[in-house]
Ligand binder design. Structure first.
Ligand SMILES: [Zn+2]
Length: 66
């Protein structure tokens, strides 16, 4: 189990004997869950971006040719 201190951002596996933060002594701890790390961009967003760019480039080429 991981503890996370909201006051000093301490992250560790053990808390103090009284359940306090070992770094700053605060009891403002969250247990069992860490701060959510940013999720990587979903694949469909990359597909959408590539699709839009392809469309844009295609339109530019089409304009240049006509
Ligand atoms: Zn702390």
């Amino acid at each position: 189990m991981t503890i996370y201190c909201k006051d000093c951002s301490y992250r560790g596996k053990t808390s103090g004997q009284g359940g306090e933060c070992p770094a700053c002594g605060s009891f403002n701890l969250t247990r069992g869950q860490t701060v959510k790390e940013q999720e990587p961009h979903p694949k469909w967003r990359l597909v959408l971006l590539v699709g839009l760019w392809t469309y844009l480039i295609a339109m530019i080429i089409w304009k240049l040719l006509h």
